[in-house]
Design a protein around this ligand. Sequence first.
Ligand code: NAD
Length: 365
Amino acid sequence: MKKHILVIPGDGIGPEVTTWGKAALEQIADAFGHEFSFDEALMGHASIEVNGNPLPDETLEKAKNSDAILFGAVGHAKYDNDPSLKVRPEQGLLKIRKELGLYANLRPILLFDELLNASSIKPSILKGTDILFFRELTGDVYFGEKTRSEDRNTASDLMIYHKYEVERIAHKAYQAAMQRSKRLCSVDKANVLESSRLWRETVQEIAKLYPEVETEHMFIDNAAMQLIKDPKRFDVVLTANLFGDILTDEASQIAGSMGMLASASVGDGTGFFEPIHGSAHDITGKNLANPLASILSAALMLEIGFGLKEEAKVIIDAVDQVLKEGFRTNDIADGSTNPYKVLGTQEMGKLVLKFISQKVITQNS
Ligand code: NAD
């Protein structure tokens, strides 16, 4: 298969971890005879420093002309400490999502058995959890009208949804449910919010087109509670932008660390694959960042972006092996981890590559 991939490392630990996601893709291409070509572009603070713009036209152009994008993270302490700064790294991320028409954020909560103890939830409750979240990305309070009264004491954010926005992500979620265990839970607040009533009515209509899928509707407050109480009850979860933002961060704790979770933002064009974590200034440049989320983002690109399931599985199995053999980065090491097996970013990246090549050799022999 021939694919052109744009790498946007971004800021902070972005470049440190993206190196390994890209390296995993290169290795898979070599092993399976695919032709992946790569280009690189600036975004976020790194881009503001060079040309004053968090998303230059050149980056957008390259993004539109690629088959998939591997992204690191954007952000810098300078902007976190001064909310009044007008030009900001995250503007680049919001704009590229909009320009590429990325309306669905997919976040698989993939739990490796070896990390059961890294979560604050009891292992017996977690074991066997496998959830795929679909968070809507283009509507809701993020994009509705914002107001502030003249005296600055009253503010509002419009929570707005259009039917077509719900329909298109619902189709994607149902299609995924058909490939998995045919269970889908749609999360809303239809007892209170009109936009949620539109959401629920629309999902009910789409559900009729997928009669094999068992649909459940749940209020967000209950879903937040059930996710911790009994995460295994969920398979595909479909929800709006704000609820999804909160619920998926809550769910990240099921997997033990932000450093383990990948996500995909997709629409009808180029897909965008990234770790869920940010630029982590506190550990930047210290060889402490966990590269596994970026490596798993590469696996997600192969599976969801290119339909290369076997190749994606090789990466996931290599990560599983690293963990099974007791290797950890600092963020996922617990009190019982052998100190000699706590690795830096680079050592962890190299080890995953080594296991990928071993798996490919075993498969082919
Ligand atoms: P963060 O995800 O960067 O970090 C939260 C905590 O998790 C930190 O203690 C960090 O050290 C740790 N962490 C994150 N990724 C890790 C990894 N791969 N390995 C080991 N530990 C890891 O979130 P934050 O601290 O709230 O934000 C820092 C900056 O990142 C801010 O400027 C924020 O705006 C930005 N941000 C960007 C994105 C994005 O680009 N998608 C997402 C979230 C935050």
